[in-house]
Design a protein around this ligand. Structure first.
Ligand SMILES: Cc1cc2nc3c(=O)[nH]c(=O)nc-3n(C[C@H](O)[C@H](O)[C@H](O)COP(=O)(O)OP(=O)(O)OC[C@H]3O[C@@H](n4cnc5c(N)ncnc54)[C@H](O)[C@@H]3O)c2cc1C
Length: 246
C-alpha cells in the first residue's frame, strides 16, 4: 500500500473500517506521513477538492467534520453499511492495473502458518434483513429467549444495545452502534432500548424501525416509524402469537 501510494500520489485513500482495515489504515497513514480520520459516517468533497470527513466525536455528542489540508493523501476509514450502496451500473467501468509487489522474508516479521475461520451458525447482524434488538429494558439474559423466538418466527437475527452487552446478556459481536456494528436491515425492532445517540448512530439507516418501550418519552420513538408504548414482556408474547397465527 505504501509503495502504491508513493508511486501514484493519490489525493484520497479510503479503507473499510473492518478489523483488517482498522489495523492497516493507521499503519499506512503513519508511514506516508499523513492523517487518517477513522470510522467516518459521511464523506463529501469540498472546495479545492478537499475531503470533508465527518464522524461522531466526544462520545458521540457532536458530529465533527475533519479536513487534512497540509498532507496528502487524505485518508479515511468507513464502516461497512454506513453508506447506502448504489445499484450496479454495468456502464461504469474502471481501469484495473495489476501492480507487482515483492515480499521478501526480510520484511516479513510475521509468518502466517494457518488461517482458521470461526464458524458462524447464523448471519452476522450487518447481513440480517430483520433484526430484533434488545436493551437494558429486556431485564436479563434469560429474557433474551423471547427475542430469539420472535427473530426465529420472522427469519431474523437478534442484536443488542451496549447496555445489554455490558451486562453480559449477549456477545459483543451483536452490539449495534458507534462502538459496535452499523446495521441497515429492512426491519429493526428495538425492544427496551432508550435510543441513546451512540445506539441510534448504528441503526438509523434501517428501512423500517419499530420501537417497544414503556416510556413514551424515550428518544428511540424519535427515529421509529412505529412506536409501541408498553412492557416488552407483554408486547412480545402477543406479537409472536399474532405472527404465528398469520
Ligand atoms: C463512547 C461511547 C460509545 C458508546 N457506544 C454504544 C454503542 O455502540 N451501542 C449502544 O447501544 N450504546 C453505546 N453507548 C452507550 C449508550 O450511551 C447508552 O448507554 C446505551 O445505548 C443504553 O442502552 P439501553 O438503551 O439498552 O439502556 P437504557 O438507556 O438504560 O434504556 C433502557 C430502556 O428500556 C426501557 N424499559 C425498561 N424496562 C422496560 C420494559 N419492561 N418494557 C419496555 N421498555 C422498558 C426504559 O424505558 C429505557 O428507555 C456508548 C456510550 C459511549 C459513551
Amino acid at each position: 500500500m505504501v509503495k502504491i501510494i508513493n508511486n501514484n500520489n493519490p489525493e484520497i485513500v479510503l479503507i473499510g473500517a473492518t478489523s483488517i482495515g482498522r489495523d492497516l489504515g493507521p499503519r499506512v497513514s503513519a508511514r506516508v506521513k499523513t492523517g487518517l480520520t477513522a470510522d467516518c459516517t459521511s464523506l463529501e468533497i469540498g472546495e479545492d477538492n478537499e475531503l470533508l470527513m465527518t464522524r461522531p466525536a466526544f462520545g458521540g455528542n457532536i458530529m465533527a467534520t475533519i479536513v487534512c489540508p497540509n498532507h496528502r493523501p487524505q485518508m479515511s476509514t468507513v464502516r461497512p453499511g454506513v453508506m447506502e450502496s448504489k445499484l450496479k451500473d454495468e456502464k461504469r467501468i474502471g481501469e484495473i492495473e495489476i501492480l507487482k509487489v515483492e515480499f521478501t522474508d526480510e520484511i516479513n516479521k510475521i509468518k502466517v502458518i494457518e488461517v482458521v475461520k470461526k464458524e458462524r451458525e447464523e448471519k452476522g447482524i450487518d447481513e440480517a434483513s430483520i433484526l430484533v434488538s434488545g436493551g437494558r429494558g429486556v431485564g436479563s439474559k434469560e429474557n433474551f429467549d423471547i427475542l430469539m423466538e420472535l427473530a426465529d418466527s420472522l427469519d431474523g437475527t437478534v442484536s443488542a444495545s451496549r447496555a445489554a452487552v455490558d451486562a453480559g446478556w449477549i456477545e459483543h459481536l451483536k452490539q449495534v452502534g458507534q462502538t459496535g456494528t452499523t446495521v441497515r436491515p429492512n426491519v429493526y425492532i428495538a425492544c427496551g432500548i432508550s435510543g441513546a445517540i451512540q445506539h441510534v448512530a448504528g441503526m438509523e439507516g434501517s428501512e423500517y424501525i419499530v420501537a417497544i418501550n414503556k416510556d413514551s418519552e424515550a428518544p428511540i420513538f424519535d427515529v421509529a416509524d412505529l412506536g409501541i408504548v408498553g412492557d416488552v414482556h407483554k408486547v412480545l408474547p402477543e406479537l409472536i402469537k399474532q405472527i404465528k397465527a398469520i
